[in-house]
Design a protein around this ligand. Structure first.
Ligand SMILES: Cc1cc2nc3c(=O)[nH]c(=O)nc-3n(C[C@H](O)[C@H](O)[C@H](O)COP(=O)(O)O)c2cc1C
Length: 182
């Protein structure tokens, strides 16, 4: 059994849902997972974990700023621990170069070069957005015809859950192998 710390930054809740699926997979494999919303993380020290998973969503071209701060503060511990990062955006659904550019920017901003990175597609939750956000997101989606939905009476979830589960399985395997004797 490995001790794994899973921290995420989410505004509308999709990254949190993804973190929950990752946590379930890791727990099913017998690991001890501490999952935390970065907004509740405080100033504690990141010590005593065998693995760390960090996740953040993108808004207006930037990763969650609480996660950026957290990673900056815990750079040394992250560099010493097996770690992985997942980024959640709409660009990951059909505009991979854009989604990759967010990762480059994140690495430059934080100084952390995660050994394992995943880009997950997020969601358009029109029914949960307020008036202004709904209009803005409809406009953005309309600029990418065919890729993103524009019917504001419903939500669109683009996350590929199999890919999320695979990411968690791969990370678990990597940690388990590091414990193998010899
Ligand atoms: C106001 C707003 C701005 C966004 N800006 C971007 C963006 O610049 N690039 C992008 O790829 N996705 C963008 N998104 C899409 C989010 O990354 C996507 O909705 C994701 O699922 C949000 O995750 P969260 O619910 O965990 O915060 C934006 C979403 C909203 C609501």
């Amino acid at each position: 059994m490995k001790r794994i710390f899973l921290i995420y930054g989410s505004t509308e809740g999709q990254t949190e849902k993804i973190a929950e699926v990752i946590s379930d997979v890791l727990r099913e494999r017998g690991h001890d997972v501490t999952m935390l919303d970065v907004k509740e993380a405080g100033d504690g020290i990141l010590e005593g974990y065998d693995g760390v998973v960090v996740g953040a969503s993108i808004h207006v071209g930037k990763h969650d700023r609480h996660i950026v701060d957290f990673v900056r503060r815990h750079q040394d511990a992250l560099a010493r621990t097996a770690s992985a990062f997942f980024s959640v955006s709409l660009a990951a659904h059909g505009d991979r170069p854009e989604a990759e550019s967010y990762i480059e920017q994140f690495e430059q901003e934080t100084g952390w070069m995660p050994a394992k990175v995943a880009l997950f597609s997020g969601a358009l939750l029109y029914t949960q957005y307020g008036f202004v956000k709904r209009l803005l997101m409809k406009k953005i989606a309309g600029d990418k015809p065919g890729e993103l939905g524009t019917d504001t009476s419903r939500d669109y979830v683009y996350t590929e859950w199999d890919g999320v589960r695979r990411f968690a399985e791969d990370f678990a395997s990597q940690l388990e192998e590091s414990a193998a004797p010899g």
